[in-house]
Design a protein around this ligand. Sequence first.
Ligand code: IPE
Ligand code: IPE
Ligand code: MG
Ligand code: MG
Length: 337
Amino acid sequence: VRARAAADGRPGENALDRLAGLLADDLAAVNATIVARMHSPVPLIPQLAGYLVASGGKRLRPLLTLAAARLGGHGGSRAVPLAAAVEFIHTATLLHDDVVDESDLRRGQPSANEVFGNEASVLVGDFLFARAFQLMVEDGSIEVLGILSSAAAVIAEGEVLQLSAANDAATTEATYLEVVRAKTAALFAAAAEAGWVAAGGGREGQAALAAYGLSLGMAFQIIDDVLDYSAEEARLGKSIGDDFREGKITLPVILAIARGDGEERRFWQRTLEAGEVEAGDLDRAILLLQRHRALEESAARARLFAADAKAALAPLPRTPLATTLADVADFCVTRDH
Ligand code: IPE
Ligand code: IPE
Ligand code: MG
Ligand code: MG
């Protein structure tokens, strides 16, 4: 119903809904492929994967693959399984990420690790990764396999780099941006690039879509890190303050630490570095972020990346689909979920 309304271009619909509307048939096929291919004779696999899949998700990455394939001159047959592979990679990283982050809420429901336990979440995540590779091999393009398998390796590197930087209040903005590029932007870039390559598009467009995806992913994750301190929990579908409790050094915190006085620095050291978080500390952290305008400034950085994403689309013909992709960059920095 939502996709149909979006196809009509109903006013008030956001750019992501419009994109889903333009690609409604392909997206329905992707969702059907996801359900079909998460099947396994081991019942816990479809149970756990189905639990997460049924809880929704924006399907932003597979939409990038579908859109890029259309822009490259081909829809449907090849793009659909590749887009499903992209969402499987994303879903696998979420399962693993929620274990690592000890998150208890995902897509508005208790996370899979809460419901099924850490062991099952990690193992089913592994299954989904493997399934994604099967789908890519079935596609048969070594080039596409190369793009997406590199992204899968880079995501893991990003999560490990983040783990290494956690609880270190001296983490630089450069390290933070490298984490974001690896754990999030790389898959956005690969999702878009793979769709275009599968459609047989040329080199200039390939570079354009990869650059678009990379900047979009940077913007998306920086906003995610802002929302971790500022969103409405019910709307976000994830717990507020996860990053703080986990001692994650994200951009808002980096900016606030740099601007804080000695007493504030001791607060960040106790909470983020030593992990001694008491009742009221999250509220104080949010207060300090506000005092130093750290959330606004982080959002402003995200808007710069969104502008880069739009600019990257310049070599592509200005079709309604390309225009919607440009609008999706705005959605990523104005989103509340
Ligand atoms: C969550 O991604 C992980 C991040 C990169 C922040 P999404 O916000 O796209 O997750 P879903 O798929 O819509 O739930
Ligand atoms: C998201 O990291 C990136 C991956 C899942 C690889 P986060 O930990 O910031 O994302 P959320 O907040 O759990 O969705
Ligand atoms: Mg997380
Ligand atoms: Mg987060």
